[in-house]
Design a protein around this ligand. Structure first.
Ligand SMILES: [Fe+2]
Length: 257
């Protein structure tokens, strides 16, 4: 599948990509573009304490039960049932789909890059989905209630039930996680073709070229979680790709507890 370079997309993609080289510029751009992707390029990999400092400057670190504040993501064959911790492609999704209020933004800070052509970050703005989806699909995604469990083990303790699309600041936000073994299940269709809408979006994201970005070591991406789906291409053989991930608490109030 061909890819579109995120850095060439600019505002035309409905999602700006802004590159900065100082923390001051990064924070300014983050304030000015709450729905944009903002990158900070440092000369060396960012340490967890430093990333935490960025996060505090942006509003705070979102903590949630049973998870560390800053998570290390890399290929680890010892961890079963985790696509993120494998070398497989990671389908486009949003983080925290199981939470009542998913993080508005999160940061990915690259400590080791995949220089073998794999492990590209992939992105898809919700604006492109809205521009393409048939009316009945949008109506269903806005109206129907779907189940978003935390995991696939049948434990629904930490689940969210609600629509895929929702009002989010000046536009619509999205909650999405769908892959080869799971699609959001319809709890109440509210008179819409709810299951068809899920299938449409799943298929659309499977066949549409995502935007891609090849992150460098020392680069930190601030991603607007609810307006920009994200994923990853398959890693190269023996890829050392490693990143730190942290969810940013935002102006909507305290994080999910
Ligand atoms: Fe993610």
């Amino acid at each position: 599948m061909a890819h579109r370079d995120l850095t060439m997309a600019g505002e035309t993609a409905g999602c700006s990509a802004i590159f900065t080289e100082s923390l001051e510029d990064f924070l300014t751009a983050a304030r000015q573009h709450p729905r944009g992707l903002v990158a900070l390029r440092a000369d060396a990999p960012v340490q967890p304490d430093e990333l935490r400092r960025y996060c505090l400057a942006l509003g705070g670190v979102m903590e949630y039960e049973q998870a560390g504040e800053i998570r290390v993501v890399r290929n680890d064959p010892n961890i079963p049932n985790s696509t993120a911790m494998s070398d497989r492609p990671l389908p486009l999704h949003t983080d925290g789909t199981f939470a009542a209020r998913p993080p508005e933004r999160f940061m990915l800070s690259f400590t080791r890059a995949d220089n073998g052509g794999g492990g590209l970050s992939t992105f898809m703005p919700v604006s492109e989905i809205l521009a393409t989806a048939p009316g009945p699909v949008i109506e269903a995604l806005l109206t129907a209630d779907y189940l978003f469990p935390r995991g696939y083990d049948g434990d629904l303790t930490d689940s969210y039930i609600g629509p895929v699309l929702f009002p989010d600041g000046a536009g619509l936000g999205i909650r999405w996680r769908s892959d080869t073994i799971w699609r959001p299940q319809v709890i109440d269709h509210h008179g819409t073709k709810a299951a068809d809408a899920i299938d449409w979006l799943h298929d659309y994201l499977t066949v549409t070229e995502p935007y891609t970005y090849s992150a460098r070591e020392g680069e930190t991406l601030l991603v607007p979680n609810t307006v920009l789906l994200h994923g990853r291409t398959a890693l190269s053989t023996d890829s050392p790709r490693e990143l730190l991930r942290v969810w940013v608490t935002d102006h909507r109030g305290p994080g999910v507890r």
